[in-house]
Write a protein that binds this ligand. Sequence first.
Ligand code: SF4
Length: 731
Amino acid sequence: MHTVSRRRFLQISSATVGLAETGAAAGHLAGQAAAAGEAERGVRKVPTFCDICFWKCGAIAHVKDGKLWKIEGNPEDPLCRGRLCPRGTGGVGAHFDPDRLRTPLVRRQKRGQEVWTAVTWDEALNVVAEKMNAIKAKYGPEAVALFSHGIGGTFLKHTLKAFGSPNTAAPSFAQCRGPRDVGFALTFGEEVGSPERTDIRNSRCLVLIGSHLGENMHNTQAQEFAEAVGAGASIIVVDPRFSVAASKAKHYLPIRPGTDLALLLAWINVIVAEGLYDKDYVAAHGFGFEAFAAEVLPFTPEWAYPETGIEPGVIRETAREMARYRPATLIHPGRHATWYGDDAQRSRAIALLNALMGSWGRKGGFWSPASMDVPGYPYPAYPVPAKGKVDNPGRKYPFATEAITTGIRHATLTGEPYPIKGWMVYATNLIHAMPNEAETIEAIKALDLLVVVDVIPSEIAGWADVVLPETTYLERYDELNVEVFREPFVALRQPVVLAPHDQKPNWWIARKLAEKLGLGAYYPWQTIEEYLEHRLKRAGMSLAQLREKGIVRGARRPVFYEEGLAPEFPTPSGKIEFYSAQLRDSGFDAVPKYKRPAAPPEGSFRLLFGRSPVHSFSRTQSNPILHEMMAENEVWVNASIAARLGLASGSVVRLRNQDGVRSDPVKVKATERIRPDCVYMVHGFGHTSRHLTRAFRKGASDAQLITRYETDPLMGGTGMNVNFVSIEAEA
Ligand code: SF4
């Protein structure tokens, strides 16, 4: 074993992955040609599903003369219908990215210096298992937590549960869609889910509140949005920024940031006061409507005007527009809903507005999800943890339905309600994903073990004690995607090409670690193919079938009430809860109430952030193809403000937040397309990992500037649009 810097290490060529060990039917691939001692010739097409984001679009990878060539959409796939988004098309770049992690690494230097020793898989996993066992002996198995993102984390979760820890979390709950799902579940008894159960393509009136579809590239939704626009749907967009979606809108409402709940209440007020709601639907399915109607009485458009900046006439006109098309009126629930800390209640107001339209369960509104029954592979029961989950002690956030990442971080920092001493992090760059980077780093310093499993050397990998390089999705099998969608289907991810270095698939890593922890009984299958075959067979399918087609679709069933689906609302009342007794009984507002947000201090602007159609989170900026499409972000500044500050498009500035944190230099986009009281950036740029050579210090990081957050009292989500920045011209 020798000590090398990561940069030096990346230059070391590694042995090719053994086909048998990784269960590589990638082998299937070039394997046959290789076995015959011949170079692979011609074009081979391999169906799989994309992993550049979590949407899991069906894809057909093309291999030309043995080399990965291009990726297209799988026409059989109901999610993408044969068309990938720009990021998915650029997925080839993930395989070829020269910056990707190549071999297991163990830290011997100070944490955060990005210097490790290259080791074998056996050595790396021995270190992880020894440290996990040491933590278990001293603090109990619950003291190891897993942060994970996407379907690839399935097997690591399995290993951690077998180890005896209940602490697994994903930033997608407390930092993203959690408040939305809680707000809808409090109203209809069910979450919006992922993919969202929105019937955009059939909606005749689509309302987007801060949801920049098209830039926020969820393939199915972007395609359906285009269809709805093409079919003449009335589009209403509410956003402080004139987004791409706003350019398609009949009504664009440039709302004052933080006042969305006031607008929603005013819309509800108009619809109730003017009797524009679906009376039959509300009478049949609603609970507590009278009390609700009384509560929204004061929130007139005139009341909302000074809050939102939206004129009463516009509020009335847009409310009537929604009512005109009901029930095919869809007030989109959004996805990244963690804005101001009142997010579950704001989402509940969106749910209530949809309830008034009668759009839940109706065509052009929300479908009911369908999925195929694919039994799991049997394994022994998990041990029952001696301690409960660490993230939400005493159910402080009573309506949290998933683990709260920041709760685990808090326990790591304080040792309360019990210590967390080990983090395993899979495919999520926590430094960019969680608010208050300094707090995350402090928590890491309190750990005995940080293991990062990833494809690229992200910022969180820079702090790891052990880095385990994963194969890209094009080089591995994964857990089956038993999708929950408007029609049921099962999809297979399978290896297309071999991993270029000593990377391993997540399932292999999770299994080997389990074996080293003495938990091999939890992996009774011999190969991943056997595991997949077993599951598929019990559902009446076969691995060969999936390998060939990538996707097997199930029988369609009614997904709307119009099609015969029976309405069901698993709330305490069994109905749509216009008035929520469970919220009232927990000390919260039974009907959402608006609280005015803090205004930007003099000379400051509210920092808003969002998505680009060519990047996913902070995970793709080093992908050579996607980098070429968008190498850095810009800060959007209102043109009049820019002029006042002596700035123009292309001027370089730094942003300084209310706590004195200063961003990297970033170019200005001076534009009329944003209100003067806020600035906007695409999330995920401004990388500080030296080993992301292409993305290093390109653009600025919004995450660095998000030092403050407001915690949602219902479910523990972190509202992050509460930071303010001033603009400093760079000399
Ligand atoms: S939306 Fe784009 S990046 Fe995400 S899975 Fe689909 S094709 Fe891939």
